[in-house]
Design a protein around this ligand. Structure first.
Ligand code: CA2
Length: 166
């Protein structure tokens, strides 16, 4: 489990007419290894550096962002359940291997009824056939895949825009 600091204080862009939105980023199993193993597939950015960049990006847009990584399915389910009650407005999730296996995490997101974007570093459709099945894509607002760490950046940009127009 790897919890970022609680929702950070709003950045300089805060104070505009719309309210500050809380965005939660969830990282699934083995993503704690980012930057350390298989850089040819998953890139050289560490999870800590990725989260720091996302927090800065969210704050620059006047929102706040917290992240959570776990290798355990039930911990991710519990974090999604908690998001129902902690004023999270939007979720970015890379379910990692649970993308292709987890009905439990899918059900948790459906029950939370919070908008979410499914994010992948690699393009699962260009890999082994078993990665083409996702338990999340049909519930997601959108899917961003194949751009390495930039996949998260693009997804956060889309989330911020959607929250601003909500
Ligand atoms: O491309 C993605 O983001 C994936 O969600 C990554 C998962 C994989 O099972 C999905 O099919 C696609 C695997 C995450 C493993 O993360 C590692 C990171 C660094 C080194 C080794 C594994």
């Amino acid at each position: 489990m790897n919890d970022s600091s609680d929702f950070a204080a709003p950045g300089p862009a805060a104070g505009y007419a719309r309210s500050v939105a809380k965005i939660l980023v969830l990282h699934g199993p083995n993503l704690n290894l980012l930057g350390d193993r298989e850089p040819e597939v998953y890139g050289r950015t560490s999870l800590a550096d990725l989260d720091t960049a996302l927090i800065r990006q969210a704050e620059a847009a006047g929102d706040t962002l917290a992240s959570y990584q776990s290798n355990a399915e039930h911990e991710l389910v519990e974090r999604v359940q908690a998001a129902r009650h902690d004023t999270t407005a939007f979720i970015l999730i890379n379910p990692a291997a649970f993308t292709h296996t987890s009905v439990a995490l899918r059900d948790a997101l459906a029950a939370a009824a919070l908008p979410f974007i499914e994010v992948h570093l690699s393009n699962p459709h260009a890999r082994e056939p078993f990665r083409r099945q996702s338990y999340f894509s049909d519930l997601a607002v959108g899917v961003v895949a194949g751009f390495g760490a930039d996949s998260y950046r693009y997804a956060l940009d889309a989330a911020v825009k959607r929250l601003a127009s909500a």
